[in-house]
Ligand binder design. Sequence first.
Ligand SMILES: C[S@@+](CC[C@H](N)C(=O)[O-])C[C@H]1O[C@@H](n2cnc3c(N)ncnc32)[C@H](O)[C@@H]1O
Length: 359
Amino acid sequence: MRNNIALQPSLFEDYKFMDIQFPKPQYLGAKYIHSEWIAQHIPEDSNVILDAFSGSQSIGFLCKKMGKAVISNDFLSFNSKIGKALIENKNEILTPDDIDILFSPNSDPEKFNLMERLFTDLFFVREETKFLDAFRSNVDILENEYKRALAFSVINRAMTRKVTMGHFAHTQALVYASNPERVKRNRSLIRPIKDIFLDLVIEYNNAVFDNGTDCIAYNENILDLLPSISDADVAYFDPPYCDSHADYQGFYHLLETYTNYWKDKEFVNGTKRYSPKKDSGFETKREIIDSFKRLFKLSENIPYWLISYNDRSYPSIDTLVELISPYRNVDVKRKIYQFGRGGKGSVAGSSEILIICKP
Ligand SMILES: C[S@@+](CC[C@H](N)C(=O)[O-])C[C@H]1O[C@@H](n2cnc3c(N)ncnc32)[C@H](O)[C@@H]1O
């Protein structure tokens, strides 16, 4: 990343957390793969960073490793649990006793049977959906919110490992799991969720650390949260890329349903997605320009903005720059994808964009 850090004690101090490993995410549009590039553009003298659309938390985690106080936010609960577990949490891990609690029989089968009812023979076999319901019933028994958030983060990640492509917008999970070619490429398809959990929990526990600041994770629509943010000096915006895979609730509905354990939703389509969806404001062409205008207006008192974008999204980069110009000086950085990675416009030949907005 930066040169000569060994010669500069204060920088060395800043980088003492850099070896801590972020558990590798599998999330559409995760910026994990661009961490180094993004880190180069985070001002060294900044203290408080808002990761406004934090998703898998990869950039918030990077900033926490850089010693910054991180304010993380995502409007989906399952993402925000990862924020609680790995950004806000300083020292709570899941111990063998906690795991015994989580793996105990269902503590209230009358109340906890949603996964079995909705998703048996759709994404998982009955034995697995029953296990998930029992685990979910026991999460609440853990002694504090950080342990509970860790439990959600690890079990949700285990579920994405268990389905081909790591999302729930298709109905082929069990068909793929019985295809030997696919299983050869990804053995997780046939492993029990419990075993995958036990592997992952080590990685997640190892990623819990205290960087000496108070980090915080929110679960709000960013347009509602921004008025209460007063002390951030950098905002990192990585909104859904409208017009190319912006439908996070379509892809990850099952994790959101598991985390919220909805009582007041309908479950629709072949995938049993919950309905109605939460309102993002950044998913459709109809609403996105207005949402960007509100986002920038509400961020006026955060001096420095970094915006991740893609040249296949709506609105165009030129339009976005026009919307930012009343507030900030803009510099557009570009990184070209040589190989498509799937999702969010990251097809071969398209560019990942970082828009640097300075006062
Ligand atoms: C491109 S992803 C962010 C990826 C993230 N930077 C990472 O590295 O994983 C966009 C995120 O914005 C969230 N989101 C969409 N609308 C939102 C809103 N109005 N407020 C807060 N989060 C929102 C989605 O849930 C999704 O996780």
